[in-house]
Write a protein that binds this ligand. Structure first.
Ligand code: ADP
Ligand code: MG
Length: 617
């Protein structure tokens, strides 16, 4: 039977092009990738064989053979793992199934990433084409009779043809390119295997030598002091399919009512798909050293979905099915233990290495904050880890830093939500707070619209958005600045002006009041006590969750020259008519400053035109 020729999917060709032409200086990592895949394949079969021992067919010893043929200039990586069917060969090697890689290509297209970053994603199997002029993969699925050979030069096409492999598993043959002579000695290959694959739990045998070229034990079961940082690093790369440096490594053994080992990593980089709703955590569940699944839903809470690594349980039965894991009480207890461990290690990390912790927070803080409203049990502990920007400092501020700096008479933790710190800094709502020296937290992530409300208070201090009206600022004692001792509290705005504004704006506002928060702007809009927060409402509107926005309170600054003038005019006859346009312009201006759009821009510019004309004439 002749070979069938097929094309790579367009994105694979694109990726191959990048791999071959612009990438790695470290070409040697191709061997790491092939051994990593061989090890994954053995893990998969070992788990399947728990319930279907016949799949092992008299060959229960998993191993990976690396064979160098100097004359033919080939390196073959063979495993007796699960193998691939014809369809799986086409699907797994002819398309990009890995979410990380396809997300990377997306970003590349949208110019949000550049080619050099791909090293942090890795290209898995395709790395072979860095050193190969052709790659041949022959595979026989465990339990199947037939076998198939997939072959490609990595240039756009591949072929698939029936083979005659005598036993299950996969052989990957790398035909070295001209010039790649460094990989044609056994010593070089031995060094590469020791460097990258020592932690692989299955023996890697080089050219049928007696002693494996790696140590072949589960790394997470070795005592910590026997593991080098290089070994942790390579294990992280393998288990996470990631290529950055982990920011934090957590390695422990839980003993007592429930026994398990954990080796977890917090990545050094934020993955592109962190907020993809389909994204699950990446922690692999092992039972007594047998890989079970990397999709045990209840093992890790969703707000820790950035974790990578391994949990190995002593208490689950070996033949546990993936379905049985749902709502399993042992899994729930492990989750509880893992959550506690991660939270306490993060707390220690934040105290010991605040700068490194800040990077973790920048990458994953938005996800951790989801835990504050989702996970009531751990809410208080997560809140200790929260770091915010604020009006009082350029760096990150913790909630307890904030509380320590609170002013006399201040009872609330003030915050404001918006698009960016720079925009928020200029928001008129902050004026009064700044002039009284009251710190305000500047929150800019979507999740920030939700967690302060969900949490309600921290250490007995209520969270309060400064876009909400209320008496709070009045209760805070004045900063005792030497020059301005005699500065009095602002005058009440004239009742005539307030009445006039209410009349002019009618239903557009809920109320008009004197402001205690404004010092330099004439007006701002606030949400009434109990009404929905302004920024949250904007978010819900964008997501079509709200149709009719709630009415706001217009606050006016009686000390502002424009308002003073208007107050004087308000007492004169005919004022209602002459101030009407200005009332509306001020209202629209307040909305613009909040980052809102105008409901009627045409009317706005007509009014503005009329007022300007009067001013010039
Ligand atoms: P990843 O390992 O991150 O999934 P790769 O590009 O390394 O990505 O491999 C792609 C897929 O090809 C794997 O997910 C696996 O399904 C399949 N595969 C590769 N090598 C083997 C192998 N030796 N045995 C079985 N399947 C394999
Ligand atoms: Mg791989």
């Amino acid at each position: 039977m002749s070979a069938e020729q097929m094309h790579f999917k367009a994105e694979v060709s694109h990726l191959l092009d990048i791999v071959v032409h612009s990438l790695y200086s470290d070409k040697e990592v191709f061997l790491r990738e092939l051994i990593s895949n061989a090890s994954d394949a053995c893990d998969k079969l070992r788990y399947e064989a728990v319930t279907q021992p016949e799949l092992l067919n008299g060959d229960p010893e998993f191993k990976i053979n690396v064979t160098l043929d100097q004359k033919a200039r080939t390196i073959t990586v063979s495993d007796n793992g699960i193998g691939m069917t014809r369809d799986e060969l086409v699907e797994n090697l002819g398309t990009i199934a890995r979410s990380g890689t396809s997300a990377f290509l997306e970003h590349l297209k949208e110019k949000k990433a550049d080619v050099t970053q791909i090293g942090q994603f890795g290209v898995g199997f395709y790395a072979a084409f860095m050193v190969a002029e052709a790659v041949e993969v022959t595979s026989r699925k465990a339990g199947a009779e037939e076998s198939w050979t997939w072959e490609s030069d990595g240039k756009g096409d591949f072929t698939v043809e029936e083979a005659a492999k005598p036993a299950r598993g996969t052989d990957v043959v790398v035909y070295l390119k001209q010039g790649e002579d460094e990989f044609t000695t056994l010593d070089r290959l031995r060094t590469i295997i020791a460097k990258y694959s020592d932690h692989i739990a299955i023996p890697v045998i080089l050219n049928n030598e007696e002693k494996p070229a790696n140590r072949a034990g589960a790394l997470w079961l070795r005592p910590k002091n026997e593991i080098t940082s290089e070994q942790y690093k390579e294990f992280y790369h393998h288990v996470a399919h990631a290529y950055d440096d982990a920011a934090l490594i957590m390695h422990w053994r839980a003993e007592g009512r429930i026994e398990y080992s954990g080796l977890l990593f917090i990545p050094g980089m934020r993955p592109f798909d962190l907020f993809d709703p389909k994204r699950a955590h990446g922690v692999k569940l092992y039972v007594k050293r047998v890989f079970v699944t990397d999709q045990a839903e209840g093992l890790i809470p969703p707000w820790l979905r950035f974790l990578r690594g391994v949990v190995d349980s002593e208490d689950l039965p070996l033949n546990v099915s993936r379905e049985m894991l749902q709502n399993n009480p042992v899994v729930a207890k492990i989750r509880h233990g893992v959550t506690k461990k991660v939270l306490s290690d993060l707390k220690k990390f934040a105290a010991d290495k605040p700068e490194d912790y800040a990077k973790v927070w920048e990458n994953f803080g938005a996800v951790l904050k989801e835990g504050i409203y989702e996970d009531i049990e751990h809410r208080a502990e997560i809140a200790e880890l929260v770091r915010c920007r604020s009006t009082a400092s350029d760096g990150w501020v913790s909630l307890s830093d904030y509380i320590k700096r609170m002013k006399e008479g201040q009872t609330s933790i003030f915050y404001i939500c918006g698009e960016s710190v720079e925009k928020l800094q200029r928001n008129p709502h902050l004026e009064g707070f700044k002039s009284k020296g009251v710190e305000v937290l500047l929150l800019t992530e979507t999740v920030d619209d939700f967690w302060p409300g969900a949490m309600g208070e921290y250490q007995g201090k209520a969270f309060k958005s400064v876009t909400r009206s209320g008496e709070d600022l009045g209760k805070v004692s004045e900063e005792k600045s030497q020059q301005d001792k005699k500065e009095k509290s602002p005058p009440e705005a004239s009742s005539e002006l307030i009445a006039l504004l209410k009349l002019a704006l009618g239903d557009a506002v809920k109320d008009v009041r004197t402001s205690e928060r404004l010092t330099s702007s004439p007006v701002c809009l606030t949400a009434d006590e109990g009404d929905i927060d302004i920024n949250l409402e904007r978010f819900l509107k964008q997501h079509n969750q709200i149709r009719t926005p709630s009415k706001r309170i217009l606050e006016i600054n009686p000390a502002h020259p424009l308002i003073e003038q208007m107050a004087r005019r308000a007492k004169e006859p005919g004022a209602a008519e002459s101030l009407k346009d200005i009332a509306w312009i001020l209202f629209d201006q307040a909305r613009l400053l909040d980052g809102d759009t105008l409901s009627d821009p045409v009317a706005f510019s007509e009014r503005l035109g009329a007022v300007l004309k009067k001013a010039v004439s």
